[in-house]
Design a protein around this ligand. Structure first.
Ligand code: TGC
Ligand code: FAD
Length: 390
């Protein structure tokens, strides 16, 4: 990690502002100092390293674009992306924690919550004193969240919530969960469920081969009494959670570049040092093909993310544009991880290098926040006007 060289083949740094570069450097330094040395061990043990929470808050990873008056960092969308890139260069699971906290918990409270909810939750989420989770997926409803069965009924002075969410990042240790559930009319609303509410439990999901340094679990609601003031009043319908996903998917489009950069950088250095048949393996055409294609794909992904960031800053990025970038960049990263691992030969399968961990992590990243297939169908719908989902 000491010699990490961030590839910038097209001088993209020239387009970035001074603030962008400073934010990125701070995140990069922190990842190098506090994440890289411990993350392999955490992944091997399948433990989320809680010790990094304050550091994540310190680099502005919790609510990068949430206004400072609520404890956020008040940065633009490109800075947000660059922070996600640097974190995921360390580990996709750590980036997941930041994505969920920022875009799936702080964003809906900021965008759809009351002023009281913002004041109560956002500053503590920004410092990591509160950790959040986002419950959309259910055991029987993953790609098709509109079919969800988790529901609540109005009991006069409170809502009674029943149901279960599955595959929820941060669930085992979350203090608050933004949960999407249907009311008696079948309309989807967001509810803030707090740890300690009777009937609310968060069992952990074990035996994952992917995102092992991220804690994943369920959210189970058995007659949970949710105070009425915990309903997010600003938006209802499936569009409410989907708009949160837009923000998280955008961050993932940048984050995947970080994982790819780390794999490329590792493979390039290794290939120049590893001697076979009397010369560095970097001198063989087959290895150069792999490396040349990697830097080409990373460069294309960087340009896609940067332009998307500009559109986000202008409030013009569409859901379909975000889908294209999430899908392309994660697929780019997983392909690079697989190729980079081969360049390392047998060493590539060990924890001495980060590549195999990135590769396994990216199997989750290509599945969550909309699968690779679902994002293709979002593009298909956008260009044809015909939905192939149903
Ligand atoms: P559809 O009929 O298309 O839309 C329903 C309503 O929502 C509106 N809408 C949006 N609104 C805001 N933002 C968006 N991005 C929106 N997309 C759609 C739409 O206009 C409509 O509004 P209205 O007023 O007409 O009701 O919905 P559909 O049921 O056909 O589903 C479309 C589909 C398949 C694309 C969607 O369901 C989908 O994206 N599925 C994938 C599910 C997914 O991504 N789940 C992610 C769970 S969270 C997660 O994985 C976190 S991992 C985090 C980590 O650890 O980093
Ligand atoms: P399914 O929807 O059952 O899909 C299975 C396969 O069928 C996929 O290949 C899919 O592409 C394909 N498919 C489905 N529908 C169609 C169609 N119409 N056309 C063509 N192909 C189709 N969710 C949350 O709410 N919060 C979280 O914090 C969260 N964190 C996660 C963390 C991890 C580690 C993982 C693995 C998942 C997480 N998820 C979370 C859930 C994630 O969003 C879902 O796994 C994802 O949306 C896919 O749902 P599914 O697993 O039920 O797969």
């Amino acid at each position: 990690q000491d010699t990490f060289q961030a590839p910038d083949y097209y001088n993209i740094d020239d387009i970035l502002s001074e603030e962008h570069r400073m934010v990125r450097q701070a995140a990069r330094d922190w990842v190098k100092r506090d994440v890289s040395p411990i993350i392999e061990d955490a992944a091997q043990k399948a433990e989320f390293p809680k010790s990094i929470i304050s550091g994540l808050a310190g680099i502005g990873a919790f609510g990068p674009y949430i206004p400072e008056e609520y404890g956020g960092a008040g940065l633009d969308q490109i800075s947000y992306g660059l922070i996600m890139q640097e974190i995921e260069r360390g580990d996709s699971g750590v980036r997941s924690t930041a994505s969920v906290q920022s875009s799936l918990v702080m964003f809906p409270i900021y965008a759809y919550g009351t002023e009281e909810q913002r004041q109560k939750f956002l500053p503590k989420l920004a410092t990591g004193e509160f950790m959040g989770s986002f419950g959309l997926t259910e055991p029987d409803h993953g790609s098709n969240p509109s079919g969800m069965t988790t529901h609540f009924v109005d009991k006069g002075d409170h809502y009674l919530l029943n149901g279960a969410k599955m595959w929820i990042s941060n669930s085992p240790f979350c203090d608050v969960a933004v949960v999407w559930a249907k009311n008696e009319e079948g309309r989807i609303h967001g509810l803030i469920v707090e740890r300690g509410m009777e009937g609310f439990s968060t069992p952990e999901t074990h035996n994952k081969w992917s995102l092992r340094a991220s804690a994943t679990g369920e959210l189970i609601f058995q007659d949970v009494k949710v105070p009425k003031e915990n309903l997010l009043p600003g938006k209802s319908g499936l569009g409410a959670p989907l708009s949160c996903l837009d923000s998280a998917r955008y961050g993932i489009a940048w984050g995947a570049i970080g994982a790819a950069m780390d794999c490329y950088d590792t493979a390039l250095r290794y290939s120049k040092e590893r001697i076979q048949f009397g010369k560095p393996i970097a001198g063989f055409q087959l290895q150069q093909k792999k490396l040349a294609e990697m830097i080409t794909e990373i460069t294309k992904a960087q340009l896609l993310a940067l332009r998307l960031g500009q559109l986000k800053n202008e409030g013009k990025a569409t859901t379909a544009q975000i889908s294209m970038a999430k899908r392309n960049n994660v697929d780019m990263a997983i392909t690079i991880a697989r190729e980079a691992r081969q360049i390392l030969g047998g060493m590539g399968i060990t924890g001495e290098y980060s590549i195999m961990r990135h590769m396994m992590n990216l199997e989750s990243v290509i599945t969550y926040e909309g699968t690779h297939d679902i994002h293709l169908l979002i593009t298909g719908l956008d260009i044809t006007g015909i939905s192939a989902f149903k």
